[in-house]
Design a protein around this ligand. Structure first.
Ligand code: NAI
Ligand code: 15L
Length: 267
């Protein structure tokens, strides 16, 4: 696909910085936004520093945009009052501004932590009942429901990516199952942008790993074909982490360490 203008939120983050050079091939203008400072705009780029919780800022950010990659927000577990403005109010602002500006499609960076309390012995589909493992996972579940509402009510399409672990290489046993390579992340985003009809579709963002907890067959219409696998790192990872006690919830559950964080109230 070649869009006139794509918007990437979270552009200063880990994945934002990976995606910035890769997305240019798919649009004439790439608009980049984050709360934090970003590198200055190069050719074919626009850089806008803005907080997601500011609706007026989102209304101008979403102007003349064909599609949005919504990657901005709090990306790990935090107390609820930190998660709320960035991920819940922020997601609402992005969707409401997108509706007002006539944006056709959003690719939403959700997370495997929406279903983090399923155990690693289970294989689930994107239609399994959510079992959020954190306030962070709850905020992503809100974003997914928001996407469903904006499609049902207004016809604004979303592909929800429940990203596993997108890092340069898998570094622990859990990531042998949850890893999403950067090249596969790009493939997934291109598929999400190009599929002709998506409504609100939910797909796990994961590479073609030998061990997996997620069955993406109900999202086959997206046309995502992962090419990478965690397998080349297995021996090294297993040698570095020879044994994990399976009675520990963070070992048993798909969400790993997120399932044991908190509570956050002061004593
Ligand atoms: P990151 O934390 O490096 O990047 C998130 C960016 O959002 C940061 O640059 C931050 O400044 C910005 N941000 C935070 N609050 C904001 C606000 N109120 N207004 C505007 N910008 C704000 O996270 P990363 O790893 O790049 O992840 C990107 C997205 O993908 C996040 O939404 C995360 O939840 C999601 N994700 C990432 C995974 C991964 O493996 N890297 C796995 C699952 C989901
Ligand atoms: C996430 O949702 C986080 O954003 C990321 O930092 C990783 O921890 C990832 O999940 C994971 O589950 O490995």
């Amino acid at each position: 696909p070649r869009f006139k203008r794509l918007l990437l939120t979270g552009a200063a983050g880990n994945l934002g910085r990976v995606l910035r050079p890769r997305l240019k091939a798919y649009c004439e203008v790439l608009r980049l936004s984050d709360l934090s400072p970003m590198d200055p705009a190069g050719e074919g780029e626009e850089v806008v520093q803005a907080p997601l919780e500011d609706l007026a800022a989102m209304q101008s950010l979403l102007q003349d945009v064909d599609a949005v990659l919504h990657f901005g927000g709090v990306s790990v577990e935090k107390p609820f009052d930190v998660v709320l403005p960035a991920n819940i109010v922020g997601a609402y602002n992005v969707y409401e501004a997108a509706r007002q500006r006539g944006v056709r499609r959003i690719v939403f960076a959700s997370s495997n932590h929406v279903t983090g309390f399923y155990s690693q012995g289970e294989t689930i589909t994107p239609q399994a009942t959510p079992r959020p493992d954190s306030y962070y996972g709850l905020s992503k579940a809100f974003g997914e429901n928001l996407a469903q509402f904006y499609f049902d009510r207004y016809g604004l399409e979303t592909v929800t990516l429940r990203i596993g672990s997108s890092w340069p290489v898998p570094t622990d046993r859990r990531m042998l199952s949850s890893w999403l390579s950067y090249d596969d992340l790009e493939r997934l985003i291109v598929a999400a942008l190009s599929a002709p009809v998506v409504g609100h579709s939910v797909i796990y963002g994961v590479s073609d790993n030998r061990s997996t907890w997620w069955d993406n067959r109900t999202a086959s219409h997206i046309g995502y074909r992962p090419q990478d696998s965690s397998e080349p790192w297995r021996a090294e990872v297993e040698a570095a982490q020879p044994y994990e006690d399976p009675s520990r919830p963070d070992v048993r559950c798909q969400g790993g360490g997120f399932v044991v964080l908190g509570p956050f109230e002061k004593a």
